[in-house]
Design a protein around this ligand. Structure first.
Ligand code: C5P
Length: 219
């Protein structure tokens, strides 16, 4: 209870996409506005937490009172998150690119007349949530998101286990929902105890409720 139930607590939040370079002018990325992650960083701050927000490239302003670390690539995001440990709370919202170019080109790749498109070899990126969820310095509360277009609940439960999370916030990001890049979100909370569906809310409301959920479990 109280107005600042997270006073004295440290939190690390990831938000936005990652950009994985192919060459100096091209990159691989996921779609992500950063709206939900930034709103969560702001909501945890309002409850008194000391928040580090590790953000990929976004066009959003820094939330007030938050320590923002800007990164481009997944490997940089992982290093920034590990630097923010130990923490009481980790909320991994970033849409991290699963793969990066195995050998990014130092110079811009030029079109070669008569040759086809260049081959692009990919390699796996680190899984930041999974790393944090299984870390020796694991935060007491580890939350992940699951953006799915089908089998939202089943995939969320699998992710909870695999990633070592206490909570997966699952949402259906099928294009017809308008959630991706939009301001509203319709989520299901998946824990060991079961599944709770929240009503259709603004991303700020989801953030506020989630911060409350976290505060309840820490106090
Ligand atoms: O496996 P999937 O990408 O669907 O899992 C989504 C969750 O895992 C999100 O919380 C996301 O921030 C996190 N994640 C991560 N690092 C990755 C991939 C996903 O932290 N490389």
């Amino acid at each position: 209870g109280g107005a600042k139930p997270l006073a004295g607590r440290r939190a690390v939040v990831t938000s936005g996409p990652t950009h994985e370079p192919i060459d100096p002018v091209r990159y691989i990325a996921n779609r992500s506005s950063g709206r939900q992650g930034h709103a969560i960083a702001a909501a945890l701050t309002r409850l008194g937490a000391d928040v580090t927000l590790v953000s990929g490239p976004v066009t959003l302003p820094d939330p007030p009172g938050v320590n923002v670390v800007r990164v481009e690539r997944a490997e940089e995001m992982l290093q920034a998150v590990l630097s923010a440990l130990p923490a009481d709370i980790a909320v991994m919202v970033a849409a991290v690119a699963d793969w990066r170019a195995a050998a990014p080109n130092a110079e811009k790749i030029k079109k070669q007349p008569g040759e086809g498109p260049p081959p692009l070899m990919l390699t796996e990126n680190p899984d930041i949530l999974k790393t944090v969820g299984h870390h020796a310095d694991r935060p007491k509360i580890v939350v992940g998101f699951a953006a799915e277009t089908q089998d939202v609940e089943k995939n969320g439960r699998v992710k909870l286990k695999k990633k070592g999370a206490d909570l997966i916030v699952a949402n259906d990001v099928s294009p017809e929902t308008g959630i991706m890049g939009g301001t509203r979100n319709s989520v299901k909370l998946i824990t060991e105890a079961g599944i709770t569906a929240w009503p259709d809310l603004s991303k700020d409301e989801v953030a506020g409720r989630l911060a409350g959920w976290i505060a309840e479990r820490l106090t």
